[in-house]
Design a protein around this ligand. Sequence first.
Ligand SMILES: *[C@@H]1O[C@H](CO)[C@@H](O)[C@H](O)[C@H]1NC(C)=O
Ligand SMILES: *[C@@H]1O[C@H](CO)[C@@H](O)[C@H](O)[C@H]1NC(C)=O
Ligand SMILES: *[C@@H]1O[C@H](CO)[C@@H](O)[C@H](O)[C@H]1NC(C)=O
Length: 388
Amino acid sequence: MKKPLVLIVLLFSLYLLPIWGFAAKQQQQQQPQQLRFGKDGEFKILQVADMHYGDGKTTPCEDVLPSEFPTCSDLNTTAFIQRMILAEKPNFIVFTGDNIFGFDATDPAKSLNAAFAPAISSKIPWAAVLGNHDQESTLSREGVMKHIVGLKNTLSQVNPVAHVIDGFGNYNLQVGGVEGSSFENKSVLNLYFLDSGDYSTVSSIPGYGWIKPSQQLWFERTSKKLQRAYMDKPEGQKGPAPGLVYFHIPLPEFASFDSTNFTGVKQEGISSASVNSGFFTTMLAAGDVKAVFTGHDHLNDFCGQLTGIQLCYAGGFGYHAYGKAGWARRARVVVANLEKTEKGSWGAVKSIKTWKRLDDEHLTPIDGHVLWSKTSAGSRRRKHIGGP
Ligand SMILES: *[C@@H]1O[C@H](CO)[C@@H](O)[C@H](O)[C@H]1NC(C)=O
Ligand SMILES: *[C@@H]1O[C@H](CO)[C@@H](O)[C@H](O)[C@H]1NC(C)=O
Ligand SMILES: *[C@@H]1O[C@H](CO)[C@@H](O)[C@H](O)[C@H]1NC(C)=O
């Protein structure tokens, strides 16, 4: 009697296995608060812009020194991510598009797997948005984004449910306060991800794509909802939690700076859409966004502040992407730190800092500076003070 019973139990378990797996996946997808600040009151984000991954070791590097060329391939991009992860030990990794260079990706799924492999094997949660080159192989933009969300340890999503929206890869992630603190169930830092498109589909408008009204409406609603929750009990706050926004193509407002008022370098033009779709104004009006992070222009790596919002490039990361020989590939790091509450536990975000690291022998950190701090910019809110 014993043997058949064991067999039945075993068979039944095998039968349930896929269901358990599915249930775990469902639960994972429904949990919005998977990211949270560490016990040290810190949350660190590594931004990787423009990997331009092709076929791996057979795909050569662009714009490296002649002496570097023979030994340089996509594998150098992989090695750079691995080194960055080891050096910074980020809590989260964001890939801001042109993850693969579709034209040179024979099998785009394979290229995507290889491009994200270092993030996946680090077991650090990661997210990605699309650039303008990701869909140039045999997968559409929707196909690329669907492939990405199926990869391990990613928090990427194709699109919000119950919203009719343009593009693929519009979603938000909440970063919870420290576990055990009175902010543990609050999102103290909000991350927004948008698809800035590839190219204009309007024949009278040349050039790159832009963030559409449907996406801006989703952003507005999401921001409002998050702000309401943040200002609600428990620990109702007076101002919104800071928001950070990630997408690929810079906004026209990135052209508002010169070397007197940015940190970093500008070595090429700002390749935004040829029209201004108003997303900067939308973010300004929402009131919670403190910084925007893009890629796309590999030779620009600056951050400049315009009316309270930092506009930042990460600088080119990938080796099969145009660059400048002798000018190191680089990545941007952002770290948010919490303040202590009166009771001595961790509270809201106090400051947000950034720096970059170069892919040189020592991963040299450069251009460290404060992006936002609660005391200086704080919960400054505009009030209507009457008048005509
Ligand atoms: C690329 O990687 C190879 C192999 O590790 C290394 O020898 C070479 O110096 C790297 N090139 C660059 C430009 O980093
Ligand atoms: C957060 O939510 C959990 C689960 O609902 C609850 O047990 C805990 O007391 C909450 N923490 C605070 C600070 O409200
Ligand atoms: C930066 O400085 C230049 C003048 O050097 C000025 O034209 C521009 O408006 C400034 N930008 C901002 C955002 O302050």
